[in-house]
Design a protein around this ligand. Sequence first.
Ligand code: HEC
Ligand code: HEC
Length: 176
Amino acid sequence: MHRIPITVSLLLAAAALALSLAACGERAPEPEIKPPAPPISARGNPARELDGMRRHVPVDVEITPLPMARVENFDRTRERAYPMQPPTIPHSIDGYQVDLNSNRCMLCHARSAAASFQAPPVSVTHYMDRDDQFLAEVSPRRYFCVQCHVVQTDAQPLVANGFMDIDAVLRSERPQ
Ligand code: HEC
Ligand code: HEC
């Protein structure tokens, strides 16, 4: 069996040490700073752009909050985007309680109260149970109004919206 002379092995060890030190000393190349990635949009659909929610501010930068939006209180019916859309609430609902014991919305929107408040009564669907039976009271599944009906604010949309009304779709498809 060959025995490596002690001097040679010492030399080899020293060389290995020097090499590894050199490797450590050499700093890893700086990561290339890339320009911010374009907004994540699914198939070019700006409505699904996620980054827009942060107004394109990187996650490690604190964002200046937008001023608080005001609830629109115009008392005017808004256009519905499709026939079965729950209409948006055209008045403010601050402090309107809806819980087990009372439903402030029904104070005005119940069939029996609507006339005295000049409010549109909830439609007949709100009295139907899931078997399409008509109940005397508002159906439990329509009890929590803000599940479906929402107020609108004057906030600017954070992401673009390419929604087209069905009438506009039909019009665009019709031969000129
Ligand atoms: C003090 C009476 C009153 C109360 C309480 C009330 N509303 Fe109204 N609501 C009205 C009146 C009146 C209108 C008609 C438009 C207007 O004058 O604001 C209306 C309109 C609406 C509309 C629009 C209907 C349409 O066809 O466009 C919705 C939806 C609505 N209210 C939902 C609610 C919900 C949900 C609540 C409870 C959180 C509520 N309202 C509480 C009086 C009331
Ligand atoms: C599960 C969703 C849902 C809930 C909960 C709900 N609604 Fe509606 N609402 C709708 C839809 C959808 C429409 C439009 C189609 C229709 O009339 O069913 C509507 C219509 C209305 C309208 C307009 C009626 C008309 O004839 O133009 C009023 C007013 C209204 N809702 C008030 C209320 C109130 C008040 C509550 C709570 C007691 C409530 N809704 C709960 C879905 C809901």
